[in-house]
Design a protein around this ligand. Structure first.
Ligand code: SF4
Length: 303
């Protein structure tokens, strides 16, 4: 029987636009119930919105962890959310973090759920960094584009609580969909700074076939304009549609400028605009602290 790794080397389709450091990707759940219209993971995972736990999760995670190099960065999650409603009852993500605690690995959490604050104790102990995605400060717009995710107001509260408790945090202002949520971000950035966020990463919407269909169905009045921007004037990179480069640059530069005014380090995700980056990493992995629970032996191995 072939062994299936659950903690795998992160490889975003070998995209030359990805500037992430070498890291591993891990999803405790398959699929995601947040139902974001713009989600790209639904294009390659079957029955995507039916969120389900992975089989033999803890057993496989333990084996995978033993094979990882010291100091490996684990990014959780890139193709789902580690805190779907199911997690409240199953506590699988929490059990995985308990396993991470025993190994010389570094954890970067990416979520849209304020449930992450439940695990502040463990996250603090292992020095994890948490990035929370917020695509708009407007709760009602968020309900439309991320129908089942907790509202942005709760996510900001989560960022505040994490920062207050000493967990390093970042904001993922991503993706920005032209004419939908590409406005009002100054207010959000001010809030983020005020609650202690130390890194901002942003990107433009890069639809695939299914996410394109969902956006057009939700915003039929924008179909013509979006079609012009993406299909007539935009370009195709890999399996995704991109806006024309100068439009993407302008959108990212706007946010970079606001971040600069607020003293917030900034980066872009899969855009190819490193000249706008003021943060040491694009994904926020520089915010991860040394795992304080590692014993001396582990630390000796790391350095
Ligand atoms: S939270 Fe992430 S993985 Fe889940 S539906 Fe939204 S974009 Fe997709």
């Amino acid at each position: 029987m072939t062994y299936t790794y659950l903690i795998r080397l992160f490889d975003p389709w070998k995209s030359s636009l990805c500037t992430c450091p070498v890291k591993y990707s891990f999803d405790p759940y398959t699929g995601c119930s947040h139902r974001c219209l713009y989600c790209y993971a639904s294009s390659y995972i079957k029955e995507f919105y039916n969120c389900r736990p992975k089989k033999n999760l803890i057993e496989i995670v333990r084996k995978d962890l033993a094979k990882l190099p010291n100091n490996a960065i684990i990014s959780m999650s890139n193709s789902s959310d580690p805190y779907p409603p199911l997690e409240k009852e199953l506590r699988l993500t929490r059990r995985c973090i308990e396993q991470f605690k025993k190994y010389p690995v570094r954890l970067l959490v990416i979520t849209k759920s304020d449930m992450v604050v439940r695990d502040i104790d463990l996250l603090g102990e292992i020095g994890a960094a948490v990035t929370i995605t917020i695509t708009t400060p407007d709760d009602s717009l968020a309900r439309k584009i991320e129908p089942s995710a907790p509202p942005p107001s709760r996510r900001i509260q989560a960022l505040a609580k994490l920062s207050e408790e000493g967990v390093n945090t970042g904001l993922r202002l991503d993706p920005l969909i032209p004419l939908v949520n590409d406005h009002g971000f100054r207010e959000l950035l001010i809030e983020a700074r005020d609650v202690g966020v130390r890194h901002v990463v942003s990107s433009t919407f890069k639809p695939r076939f299914d996410s394109w269909k969902r956006i057009i169905q939700a915003f039929p009045e924008l179909e013509e304009s979006l079609r012009k921007l993406y299909i007539i004037e935009g370009e195709r990179i890999g399996r995704s549609m991109y806006l024309e480069k100068s439009i993407r640059f302008k959108m990212m530069r706007e946010i970079a400028k606001e971040c600069a005014k607020l003293g917030l380090p900034f980066a872009t995700c899969r855009e190819g605009f490193q000249e706008l980056h003021t943060s040491p990493t694009c994904d926020g992995s520089h915010l991860i602290k040394i795992n304080q629970t590692l014993d001396k032996q582990h630390l000796d191995l790391m350095y």
